[in-house]
Each structure stands twice: as C-alpha cells, then as structure tokens.
Write a protein that binds this ligand. Structure first.
Ligand code: ARG
Length: 508
C-alpha cells in the first residue's frame, strides 16, 4: 500500500511543504527503529484496546485499526513498508500511524494517536525491547557461569601461578581462578536483575510530557504489555533516561569483567607461559608467520569491551545537561544502545565456548610454579607461625634465601635445613631450625595449597565448598530468570490471543 496522494495531516496544518530531503534523512531514526518496530505495533494495539474499553473509539472502528496494524506487522516482517515508506517519514511511529491512516482513512485511523505522544511511545517501545535483551543477556551470563563451574570442578588440584603486577605472586589453582570469575559475574547478574526491575515499567499514557485530559486507563495498558508497574509521573516517564544509563553502565561493568578474563587467557596462552591453549576454532593464523596461533577471539572481546565503554559513555554525553522534557537528542541513544547490546551478547557467547574448549596444560602450570619461587610467602608465614620469628623477620629471611637460590641457579623447592640455618645465622643472627621433611612440605606448591584452609582459599576442599554454593546460587538465579521470562511470555500470549479474538469477531 502506498501513501501517495493522501493528504499530509502530520505537517500541513502547521507547516508549509515537506522536509528538505537531506534534513529528513538527517533527523530520521528509521534505520535504528527497525528493532523496535514490533514493539511499536504492540504498543499501538494495546492503546487501541484501551481506547475502546474506555469508550473512546467504537468496536468496529477499533477492529479496523487493529486490522491495519496486523497488516502493518506482516508487511514490516517482509520489509515491504520499509521499502515504500522509509524515505518519507522520520521514524517508525510516524510510519505506522501513516500506514493506519492510509488503510482506515483519517476519520478512523486518526483516532490512533488520541491521548498518546511519540514521547511516551518511544520510551514504551524501548523498555519492551530492552527487557527482552536484558533477560537474554542474563541467560548468556548464566550459561557462561555454568561452564566455568563445570570446568572448575575438574581442576581443583591443578596448581598454577597467580599474578600481581604481572609477576608471579602466590600459587593457586585453575579452579580457584575460574571460581573468582563466577563470583564477579554473579555480581553482574544481580546488577542486571536490578536494572531489569527499573526497565520493566510502563511510561505509556504519560503523553508528550504532562498527561492527557482524556480518560485513559494506564494500568490496563501496562498490564496488557506485561509490565510490572508504571513510571507514574508523566514528566518522569518521558524525561528520565536513568534506566538507560543504568543498563549501559551495568553492561559496561560486565564487559570490563569479560575483558579481564580475555586478558588472562591471552596472557596464559603466550608462547612464554603456554599454560593454556585456545582451541583452533577460537584462534587465527598469521598471514606471514607460519608458526603462529593468535588468540584473536579474546583480543576482540577486549576491543568490544572498549566499544561498550565508549557507547555507554556516549549515553551520558547525550543526556547530560538537557533540561527536563523530551529532546530529539534522545534519538541518538538508540544506536549506542544497540551497539552495546550486540557487543555484549556476541562476546558472552564466544567467551563461553572458548573456555569450554580450551586445553589446560597442567604440567606447564606446575613447572612454572616451581621455577617462580612462588611459595616464598608460605615459608615466611610458616616461620612466623612455628618458629620464633616475627613475620617481618621471616619475610626478610626468606627474601635473603630467594636471593641466594636465584644466584646459584636453584629454586626454593630445593632448599634444605642446613641452608636455612646458615642464611638465618648470617643475615638475622638467629638460630632457625626446621627439619628437612617439614621444610620440603612447606615449600611444595601442592602442599602449600592444602595448608591454606581459610574461607575463600584455593584449598581443594574449600574450592569444592564454594563450587557447591555457587551452583546453588546459579540455580536460584536461573529460577528467578524463568519466572521473569514466563511472566512476559504469558502476557504476550494472552495479548496476542486478545487481539486475535477481536479480529476474529469481526470476520464472523
Ligand atoms: N524518533 C524519536 C526518538 O527516537 C521518537 C520521538 C519523537 N518525539 C518528538 N517529540 N519528536 O526519540
């Protein structure tokens, strides 16, 4: 259907002639609106059902509008309306209303915009779109956490070096590392649920800024569209973009977590460390150097994180400093948001598969741990606990020992009681006696892990306890997600059959 020839009721009352061609293109959001097209039709349908319920549009008229909207949805799905209308209108709201006007005529179709504005409409569309994306992102994070948990079950005894200042710091295990990711990602999950609770509220009916004198039922449309409540104050409903800034920030934090994990994997897979190897599917070649296997997928996650941070910052720069009310500036929030959502979703999917399929080189991990004198702190703590030294004296003594073993080309796991006694006498002027058997145990990386029994430590039994508690938490969060998904799905199903019922009644 074409709008050709029909009168321009939008502009010609107030303005003379159409928009300048380049200006129309410049101010149009048609491209980015494709993502909210379906939501916009739903919002229009709910609005018509409400107008009819309130006696503001007759039954036959309302069904006619619903019919036009149904047709619009089908054509939009096929891309037909976009082809015919897209260069004529500035956004999806105008496009759909014009389609209805063309289909029903201005007498009936012209009732569609009674008691609403594009300002409350675009915010409603955006919230409907975003809540779906947020729930999908929660699902993806839960999926990643499940992989991390199941891999960490297998590597409770896989000792590896942990780093501070990118220098070997303390011995830990692969499981302990992965579990730390699970905990950070769980914080991300809580933040996502929190953000969801402020997204899933209906602004519909707020109108342009301060409501309508027409007797509408906001509660009804809110319920029809599956919202958990309303953004009550009309001004707040169209002005405040805090829920957008919030989800942008939450996703920026999530991507910062992912980029850290990606950096760990890049670091661990360097030719020098060689502690893990990404599977071939997640690596690329060099066009020049035949020996190379590059961790491109992880490097891209880092740069996607950079993009998400920039886009999230972009959300703030667009909204900051504007007075209360709607501004066309807000239109630019959408492309930034779409970029954020897309980059987050693709990164989460890749990270999950990469972790699931990568190879862990336990022997290399164990070798590095020995070479790095990484149990030095264990020995200093042992001397402070069992011997007559203060921690600072122990720290000093072990520091001297490390200097000694490095200069002789040996390492801490090779020392014996004689050497310890000699260095203590020389450097501390104290007699320190520890049997060879005990000393071996203290500096052994595997035994050192087992000796750390405090809460949150890498001791396999403690890690096992944490895995269990994180599995329980993941189950609880998954249940919460299902409840939210089910509620929205049910409301969508009910809404669809309500609209279908109205349309079928006409056909009978
Ligand atoms: N395309 C607009 C946007 O995305 C829709 C709202 C237009 N409202 C208005 N008062 N011009 O922000």
């Amino acid at each position: 259907m074409k709008s050709k020839g029909s009168k321009d009721y939008w502009r010609s009352g107030r303005l003379k002639g159409g928009l300048d061609k380049n200006t129309l293109k410049f101010i149009s959001s048609m491209d980015e609106d494709k993502r909210i097209a379906d939501a916009d039709i739903r919002v229009n349908e709910a609005h018509i059902l409400m107008l009819h319920k309130q006696g503001l549009i007759g039954r036959v008229e309302s069904v006619k509008v619903l019919k036009a909207l149904e047709k619009a949805r089908k054509e939009l799905e096929k891309g037909v309306i976009f082809q015919d209308y897209q260069d004529k209108y500035v956004d999806i709201h105008q496009l759909i209303e014009q389609y209805v006007l063309d289909y029903c005529g201005v007498k009936v179709g012209g009732k569609l915009h009674l008691a609403k504005s594009r300002n409350d409409q675009v915010m409603t569309d955006l919230r409907i779109y975003l809540r779906r994306e947020v729930l999908d992102i929660i699902e993806l994070v839960l999926g990643l956490n499940n992989v991390l948990l199941s891999v960490s079950r297998k590597y409770k005894n896989a000792v590896m070096p942990g780093y501070t200042h990118t220098q070997q710091a303390q011995v830990t295990t692969y499981s302990h590392y992965l579990l730390s990711y699970v905990d950070t990602l769980s914080n991300d999950l809580m933040r996502l649920f929190e953000a969801f609770s402020r997204i899933n509220l209906s602004p519909l009916g707020a109108g342009a800024l301060a409501g309508s004198r027409v007797n509408i039922d906001r509660r009804y449309t809110s319920k029809l569209l599956g919202f958990d409540g309303m953004v009550e104050n009309n001004i707040e409903a169209v002005s405040s973009k805090d829920f957008i800034l919030e989800i942008g920030s939450v996703l920026a934090i999530l991507m910062t977590t992912l980029s850290r994990i990606a950096s760990d994997l890049v670091f661990w897979s360097t030719s020098e460390l060689n502690m893990i190897e990404l599977s071939d599917e997640f690596s690329d070649i060099s066009s020049a150097m035949p020996q190379k296997k590059n961790p491109d997928s992880m490097e891209m996650i880092r740069s996607k994180a950079a993009n998400v941070l920039a886009s999230s910052y972009n959300l703030f720069t667009i909204t900051n400093g504007l007075i209360t009310g709607y501004h066309k500036d807000f239109q630019e929030l959408k492309p930034a948001l779409w970029r954020i959502v897309d980059d987050v979703k693709s990164s989460l999917g890749i990270m999950k598969q990469a972790i699931k399929t990568l190879k862990i080189k336990r022997d290399m991990m164990a070798h590095l741990v020995v070479k790095g004198n990484i149990t030095a702190l264990d020995l200093a703590e042992f001397l402070a606990k069992e011997g007559s030294l203060s921690f600072r004296e122990g720290h000093f003594l072990v520091g001297s020992l490390v200097k000694h073993v490095i200069s002789t080309g040996s390492d801490l796991t090779m020392i014996d009681s004689r050497l310890l006694e000699m260095v203590a006498r020389r450097e501390l002027k104290k007699k320190v006696v520890v049997s060879d058997k005990v000393l071996k145990k203290v500096v052994d990386p595997v035994q050192s892990i087992s000796a750390r029994s405090n809460i949150g430590s890498p001791r396999p039994r403690e890690v096992g306890r944490m895995i269990k508690s994180r599995e329980d938490r993941t189950k609880r969060l998954r249940k919460l997600l299902s409840e939210k998904n089910d509620k929205i799905k049910l409301s969508e199903k009910r809404f669809k059959s309500l609209v279908a019922g109205k349309l079928a009644a006409k056909r009978r």
